[in-house]
Design a protein around this ligand. Structure first.
Ligand SMILES: [Zn+2]
Length: 148
């Protein structure tokens, strides 16, 4: 598990905190971010999502492995542990629908004519596989990683 409290030494915590700009509300990650705004922080050369690390540091416990991270402030760059709660995939999806992120990303994904090597569009392929898989791929694209 890559989000364990055992990974966090005082030196690593100090290095982490140096990359955070604290405001009265959100704490903004100032270092590496992916194209969707989620911050990354490397520990032992392995990049990890900085908002989860923030939660681990603050709560002094491992990230619950089966849970995704919900940003209550809907700000991907925020690492304020008070704004981050572990949630189920369904809760996270509900947040994104509520905030309109999901609909926007859906339009982006399906607007792209991504052709497969055998000449069918990605959207067409998506229609042929389970809707749950499509949702998870979209979720992954929102979160900035590939669902495999
Ligand atoms: Zn926030």
């Amino acid at each position: 598990m890559s989000y364990t409290i055992d990974n966090i030494t005082p030196a690593i915590e100090a290095r982490f905190n140096a990359k955070v700009c604290r405001t009265d509300t959100c704490w903004i990650w100032t270092a590496t971010k992916n194209k969707h705004g989620y911050g990354y922080f490397a520990i032992n050369r392995v990049p990890r999502m900085s908002h989860r690390i923030a939660w681990v540091i603050h709560n002094k416990q491992d990230w619950p492995g089966d849970y995704e991270a919900r940003h209550l402030c809907n700000n991907p760059s925020c690492v304020n542990p008070a704004h981050i709660v572990p949630g189920t995939y369904e809760e996270n999806l509900a947040d994104k629908i509520e905030h309109g992120v999901y609909a926007t990303r859906m339009r982006e994904v399906f607007a792209k004519p991504c052709m497969t090597p055998w000449g069918r569009t990605l959207a067409k392929r998506h229609s042929n596989i389970g809707k749950d898989i499509v949702r998870r791929k979209l979720q992954a694209s929102i979160d900035g990683y590939y669902y495999l």
